[in-house]
Design a protein around this ligand. Structure first.
Ligand SMILES: NC(=O)c1ccc[n+]([C@@H]2O[C@H](COP(=O)([O-])OP(=O)(O)OC[C@H]3O[C@@H](n4cnc5c(N)ncnc54)[C@H](OP(=O)(O)O)[C@@H]3O)[C@@H](O)[C@H]2O)c1
Length: 264
């Protein structure tokens, strides 16, 4: 797609990766519709972007019916949308046994159900040609201790995007999936950052993710995994999961040490 002068909806706009995507897209001339739950943070982001008058904000909790309705109503009374980026997300790093049921359902709701419902609505308002980009995670391809329901949600989002892209073949609308690895945002607690350092897991800046977003939109690449060796592990986990299990087993003590630090 051509980003200059396009109109793009971005969820999770006020987060670490969202802000970097908003900066990168607005520098390329996009008109943005920024979505988040916090009015002040949305207003501050809009003000910090180039050509701030070209952008709009919608205060909406995308896990609620009211939030989804607010987005659909805004689109109906405004303009055609060229792209939707489902970027809002969150996770808890804890053992499944230590979680309340509400934590699990909230995680699935935000990371999987809300983007699916937004994709469904977008099919009635996206321009043709148009693009949907769903932001997943390396954990959508590799089950990792402490992130069980997040892994489930992101794996679901990956398969959903693949199925939707195939379903939409020849309609002019593409559905794409981008899987970042660990990225420096407030999504990750200090304990998680320390664990990543100790395990030798590399971390990207949000600007790196934003660059991949631009490339994916421009080239309409179906799916992309950021980082080496993460993209290799994602493949190996599909073909030979026992190899990845034994690598993670060696890290088990360290991982559990940090899970305990977060939950106690
Ligand atoms: N950071 C990483 O290490 C990493 C790695 C791989 C993938 N990812 C994925 O990248 C995406 C962005 O993550 P991030 O690191 O930028 O996280 P972040 O800094 O915590 O930002 C999360 C964003 O989601 C929004 N949000 C949360 N709950 C919402 C809700 N119910 N309704 C509407 N918006 C909501 C937040 O806005 P408000 O709180 O203001 O509503 C915020 O803008 C997520 O999908 C995440 O899973 C992140």
């Amino acid at each position: 797609m051509k980003i200059d002068n396009s109109t793009i909806i971005l969820t999770g706009a006020t987060g670490g990766i969202g802000q970097a995507i908003a900066q990168a897209l607005s520098k390329q001339g996009a008109n943005l519709v920024l979505i988040g739950r916090n009015k002040k943070r949305l207003a501050a982001l809009k003000q910090a972007l180039p050509n701030q008058d070209k952008h709009a904000v919608i205060e909406a909790d995308i896990t609620s019916k009211e939030g989804l309705n607010a987005i659909n109503e805004w689109v109906r009374s405004n303009t055609k949308i060229n792209a939707l980026i489902n970027n809002a997300g969150s996770n808890d790093f804890s053992l499944l046994t230590d979680r309340r049921q509400a934590q699990i359902t909230d995680e699935i709701q935000l990371n999987l159900i809300a983007p699916i419902l937004l994709c469904q609505s977008s099919l009635s308002w996206l321009a043709q040609p148009g693009v949907i980009l769903n932001i997943g995670s390396t954990f959508g391809s590799i089950g990792f201790p402490g992130y069980t329901s997040y892994c489930a949600a992101k794996a679901g989002l990956h398969r959903f995007t693949e199925a939707l892209d195939r379903e939409l073949y020849a309609t002019g609308i593409r559905a794409l999936y981008l899987a970042p690895r660990a990225t420096e945002t407030s999504l990750n607690s200090d304990a998680v950052n320390e664990m990543n350092r100790q395990l030798g897991n590399k971390t990207d800046s949000p600007q790196v993710v934003a660059k991949h977003v631009i490339t994916m939109l421009e080239k309409e690449i179906s799916a992309k995994w950021i980082g080496w060796p993460e993209k290799l592990f994602a493949r190996i986990n599909q073909l030979l999961p026992s190899l990845v299990s034994s690598a993670i087993r060696k890290q088990q003590d360290t991982i559990h040490q940090y899970i305990n630090r977060v939950s106690h």
